[in-house]
Design a protein around this ligand. Structure first.
Ligand code: ARG
Ligand code: ZN
Length: 879
């Protein structure tokens, strides 16, 4: 592990490397504790005329065994090798030479899960962002592209499968029970895309023929016995390959495409060229073990990693400040893929919910950073929802501003112009400017100015003049102070509706382009003419801009949009806003000790939505789900009392359930699924509607009977988990809950990935007693501090999705949290840093909790031996 502290990396310091490495040859002699890596790099002076006399390569925890240049061992005074870097001080004067380095590494002891490590006895790698330097000394930076040839030698019995990037080459026996395999990747790539997998794995195979007729062998490797559970992922892969050809004209470019599922993985998955490595959570699925949400995530992440082949691999990033170049764009592509495979409206609502729940608090709090940051201490801490999700929203806005066709032309130009490059955000934006003959300089501010933009609107209608005036004002929550902010170009898709819901005709003012208002000043009025009736405004349709919108709409206006807007997203948005207002009001009542009440029209609206068969069930399920406790906390913004928020939300849910019990019962029955299980959008929509209703009906019943029945009858994991959640969260002390929890534990005692769901449900039971429950579960045989999935299921869920327990007024939640984060940090700093962001909104808490949270953060930050990853997060959170 690196030990230096305080190095700050700045975009402005970027300069190209002194040397190029056109070719890299690697030989791995695999051994659990003593793996030998021989790397032979062809080095080429970038500028032969420049007087470069030393070469510095990065390392991390390496042991150097030997070093030679052009076949001759280096004298001891010709170089300096530490665990973290290699400096060669005497170089041949020739313009190119060959450097051979032998290092020894210990995969078994590697619990940081970066570089080469072991997972369930198999060898695998994770090199993004800076893990390759834990394998050998290298220019471990994304702008040094090299052609890799890899030879793997290993024990045949333990490692029958030997994989690396590119196409397979020779393989054979070495005697002594060992064998070898060679791989060659013809596409130059940065070191972060290198991958190796070796082990004893099961496999499913399929094939795909590209648009130009090139055959590709597909394989997904999983633990033995789990092959069947990879079939859905394979199907998603083939659909991804076809979709990328159809929608972006991107064809696959190797003879093979391999995916490996591993059980110890820090992130979701990794796009290594031709050899994607996945967290098994995002590969394995069948009806009995995976929920509809799992299926949708598998489809999205399989797509995401595959789409990186063009946006990430063929065109990579010049430096890590450009991370959103590949991540924002690829998230946008996977969102579009899922939208095309499922329901576009439902997908968009889900995206916006995620953005608001995770990205908005990040952008509005102490960890706020621009989509393209210009400074970092630890790059692993920048794989954030801002880079990914806000990065995707920025690409979406480019499409909104350019229109479908010009956007595609810009993408084509980007892919053509920069194929084989390590590119920048400026290169990306320029491609759209050139293709659309447009100036996007003001728009580019979205990449550089952090904080959630806020647009405040007011409207006026003049009956006699027939004019409708829309006044817009922009500011922000988080990010630079208002007086230093520059105005963003904000694309607002809109419609003016008549009383019958039709779109009214009007004469548009300047700055309105079809259905898009281009709002580009701190403040501006738009006057629409030719309106004989007072229009009803629908704005930011489809969430065209990732902003907080403060409108002047009254309840009648929202009810109208909820019923009539042709934009499905805004129908949902209107409903959501009504529920949010009702909840905020109830939190106020709760704090003053008043009885909670909710407007009857809101309660009956919920009944009408549930009954509206013209709306797809998945949409109804989303519309019937009130904003989460975290959303409500963000909306309130200060002096947060999680108990009051919980009380308000559960009271609203109980009132909705009681007011609509008869109707809900009918819809519940009407949406039963007959026939075999399918993980498709239609069935999953029905299941989600039924399961939302199950919760309401159980609250109305005031007892666990209904959920218990459902849990016992459920033939699939979606229904089983939904019922178990209702039992655990609404009736934690009921016998039925105990029975169902133990039945689940028993059924999946040998499948930790499935047991994670059981952990997660218990970790999110509201109330401070859950702290003790989580402590007890940490001693469960299935729990392990070394496996990120286990830690996230129990502790991640507890700290990020259980407001009342995590923020227990007595501080016991924080104490547990600090213990676990500290423990995680000893072996896996990335995991610890990821967990630690759960306290980023500590300043919005009420004073007692705020002080306890601050102290927790300060104690963690002061600990001797705190990793760079963790201290970076803690220091910024406290700053
Ligand atoms: N590039 C991967 C993805 O988005 C994420 C890998 C990040 N890994 C890390 N250790 N920071 O699919
Ligand atoms: Zn990605």
């Amino acid at each position: 592990m690196r030990t230096e502290t305080g190095t700050v990396f700045r975009l402005q310091d970027y300069r190209p490397s002194d040397f190029l490495i056109p070719e890299t040859r690697l030989i791995f002699r695999l051994d659990p504790r003593e793996t030998l890596v021989t790397a032979t790099l062809s080095l080429e002076r970038r500028d032969p005329a420049a007087d470069v006399t030393a070469l510095k390569l990065a390392g991390d925890g390496l042991v150097l065994k030997s070093i030679s240049i052009d076949g001759k061992a280096l004298a001891a005074d010709a170089y300096e090798a530490t665990a973290d870097c290699l400096i060669i001080k005497q170089l041949p004067s020739s313009s190119s030479f060959s450097l051979t380095i032998e290092t020894e590494i210990d995969p078994e002891e590697n619990k940081a899960l970066m570089g080469l490590y072991r997972s369930s006895g198999n060898y695998c790698t994770q090199c993004e962002a800076e893990g390759f330097r834990r394998i050998t000394y290298f220019y471990d930076r994304p702008d040094v592209l090299s052609i890799y040839s890899v030879r793997i030698e290993a024990d045949r019995a333990n490692c029958p499968v030997l994989l690396s990037n590119g196409n397979p080459g020779a393989s054979g026996d070495l005697g002594d029970g060992r064998h070898f395999a060679e791989w060659h990747d013809p596409h130059p790539k940065p070191s972060y895309l290198f991958a190796l997998v070796a082990g004893d794995l099961g496999v499913i195979r399929d094939h795909f023929t590209t648009a130009s007729g090139k055959p590709v062998d597909l394989a997904i490797y999983v633990e033995h016995g789990k092959e069947e559970r990879a079939l859905y992922a394979m199907d998603a892969l083939k659909r991804s390959m076809k979709w990328d050809e159809d929608v972006f004209g991107c064809e696959y470019d190797l003879d093979v495409f391999n995916i490996v599922a591993v059980s110890d993985f820090n992130m979701g998955a990794m796009e290594n060229k031709g050899l994607n490595v996945f967290n098994d959570k995002y590969v394995l699925a069948d009806e009995k073990t995976a929920t509809d949400v799992d299926y949708a995530l598998i489809e999205a992440i399989i797509g995401h990693e595959y789409f990186h082949n063009w946006t990430g691999n063929r065109i990579t990033c010049r430096d890590w400040f450009q991370l959103c170049l590949k991540e924002g764009l690829t998230v946008f592509r996977d969102h579009e893929f899922s939208a095309d495979q499922r329901s576009r409206a439902v997908k968009r609502i889900a995206e916006v919910r995620t953005l608001r729940t995770h990205q908005f608090p990040e952008d509005q709090g102490p960890l706020s950073h621009p989509v393209r940051p210009d400074v970092y201490k630890e790059i692993n801490n920048f794989y954030t929802t801002t880079i990914y999700e806000k990065g995707s929203e920025v690409v979406r806005m480019i499409r909104t501003l350019l229109g479908e066709q010009a956007f595609r032309a810009g993408m084509d130009l980007y892919l053509k112009r920069h194929d084989g490059d390590a590119a920048t955000i400026e290169d990306f934006v320029k491609s759209f400017e050139d293709a659309a003959k447009l100036d996007l300089s003001q728009f580019s501010l979205w990449y550089h100015q952090n904080g959630t933009p806020k647009v405040t609107l007011s409207t006026a209608y003049d009956q006699t003049a027939g004019t409708f005036t829309l006044h817009l004002k922009q500011s922000a929550i988080g990010g630079p102070a208002l007086n230093t902010r520059k105005p963003l170009l904000i694309p607002l898709v809109f419609g003016l509706l008549g009383r019958d819901g039709s779109e009214l005709a009007y004469t548009a003012p300047q700055g309105v382009d079809g259905s898009v208002i281009r709002f580009d000043a701190m403040e501006k009025s738009f006057v629409f003419e030719g309106l004989k009736e007072k229009p009803i405004l629908s704005i930011n349709r489809g969430f065209s801009a990732p902003i907080v919108l403060k409108d002047d709409f009254d309840v009648a206006h929202r009810l109208f949009l909820a019923a009539h807007d042709s934009d499905a997203f805004n129908r949902w948005e209107a409903i959501n806003a009504l529920l949010m207002d009702a909840l905020k009001n109830a939190v106020g009542q709760e704090k003053t000790g008043a009885a909670l009440d909710f407007p009857p029209q809101i309660l009956s609206l919920m009944g009408k939505i549930a009954e509206n068969d013209s709306l797809e069930p998945a949409f109804r399920a989303l519309a019937l789900t009130p904003p989460s406790e975290a959303d409500l906390a963000r909306e309130i913004g200060e002096n947060i009392d999680p108990d009051a928020i919980y009380a308000a939300r559960i009271a609203l849910q109980a009132s909705i359930g009681k007011a609509n019990a008869a109707a809900f019962e009918k819809i519940y029955a009407a949406n039963a699924i007959n026939g075999p299980f399918a993980p498709d959008a239609e069935q999953s929509g029905k299941r989600s509607l039924r399961n939302v209703l199950l919760d309401y009906l159980s609250l109305a019943d005031g007892g666990p009977g209904r959920a218990h029945q459902s849990a016992m009858q459920s033939g699939n994991m979606t229904d089983r988990i939904a019922a178990l959640s209702v039992l655990a969260h609404r009736f934690p002390d009921a016998d039925e809950t105990r029975t169902e929890l133990s039945r689940f534990e028993h059924d999946f005692r040998s499948d930790p990935l499935v047991l994670d769901k059981w952990m997660q449900i218990q970790a999110t039971i509201p109330g401070e007693q859950t702290v003790a429950r989580v402590r007890a579960l940490m001693n469960h045989p299935a729990f392990s501090m070394l496996n990120p999935n286990r830690v996230r299921a129990l502790i991640g869920a507890f700290s990020s999705a259980n407001q009342t327990a995590f923020h227990s007024a007595d501080g016991s939640g924080y104490t547990l949290f600090a213990e676990v984060v500290t423990k995680a940090d000893e072996r896996n700093p990335q995991l610890a840093a990821r967990l630690a962001i759960a306290l980023r909104s500590w300043r919005s808490l009420e004073p007692v909790r705020r002080e306890k949270a601050r102290e927790t953060l300060a104690v963690m930050a002061a600990r001797e031996g705190c990793s760079i990853d963790l201290s970076d997060i803690l220091e910024r959170t406290l700053a």
